[in-house]
Design a protein around this ligand. Structure first.
Ligand code: APR
Length: 248
């Protein structure tokens, strides 16, 4: 009897985790009008449910991308690396730029952890592999959606990079290893780096890693770099009167 009770309680707790995760997913998704969130949920789940959580490649999310394709917002697409807080503070307050995390798929899964397990149809939110452990569902998701977002990049593209670290363009980052490689001319006209600086700057636009970035860029994409104090970005975020083009 004790074993049965334990098993039932455990089962109820697990499916509660599953349905809690699903309700966060659905309520975030439904903020985007005219989207078939049930269909998107099914496409999302098939990537990792009932699978070894260490054997989920990024291609597992191909059906999800097909179910919720990215629509390009030419000249307003914002990429970033190691500047998560400042970039999202800015895009949350102003309508100037769109990051991946402002799109349906990016905003629905932002900050969440999930994985499946062989022999189960549940979604688990604890006990999942870590980011660097293996081909896990969370990292593969971010790799796949970042690739899809970069694939539709067009016009003048902006990237907010961190000027307080020695290598603002880091080969290991998603921005360097996935996104930049997918920008293609003439669809993408320019890449404009906003190097976010603080009082204690580790670097500036002459940084060696930014030379690597220019080498990586498809011929025909114009490159520029501007050093912008974080305080200036915050001021512009809080002042709706300043036109987007005058923020830096
Ligand atoms: N553990 C957990 N999450 C991580 C880890 C890690 N070790 N590394 C990265 N992430 C996730 C986090 O959500 C983090 O905020 O990826 C996010 C971005 O990581 P960064 O290293 O700051 O930047 P980068 O790898 O370049 O990715 C940012 O990818 O998300 C897209 O379009 C977006 O341009 C952006 C780029």
């Amino acid at each position: 009897i004790v074993i049965i009770i334990v098993a039932v309680v455990l089962g109820v707790t697990l499916s509660k985790t599953s349905s809690q995760f699903q309700s966060v997913f659905m309520s975030r998704c439904e903020k985007f009008k005219d989207s078939d969130c049930q269909k998107i949920w099914e496409a999302f789940q098939q990537a990792y449910v009932n699978k070894d959580p260490c054997k989920v490649p990024m291609e597992a999310y191909d059906p999800l991308i097909a179910a919720a394709p990215f629509t390009p917002t030419c000249n307003r697409m914002m990429f970033w690396s190691k500047t998560k807080d400042v970039v999202h503070d800015f895009t949350d307050k102003r309508d100037c730029f769109v990051t991946l995390e402002d799109t349906l798929l990016g905003s629905v899964l932002d900050g969440l952890t999930w994985c499946g397990k062989e022999g189960s149809n549940e979604t688990f939110t604890t006990g999942c592999p870590g980011w660097d452990d293996c081909d896990n569902p969370v990292r593969s998701f971010w790799n796949r959606v970042s690739a899809a977002y970069a694939d539709v990049a067009c016009g003048d593209v902006t990237a907010m990079l961190n000027g307080s670290i020695t290598a603002p363009f880091n080969n290991m980052s998603i921005f360097a290893s996935i996104e930049v490689k997918r920008f293609s001319a003439p669809r993408v006209r320019s890449l404009n780096v906003v190097l976010v600086t603080q009082e204690e700057n580790a670097t500036n636009c002459t940084n060696a890693s930014l030379k690597d970035l220019q080498k990586e860029l498809d011929q025909g994409i114009t490159y520029s770099c501007t050093e912008v104090p974080e305080t200036k970005i915050q001021e512009c975020a809080s002042d709706p009167q300043t036109p987007c083009g005058d923020c830096w």
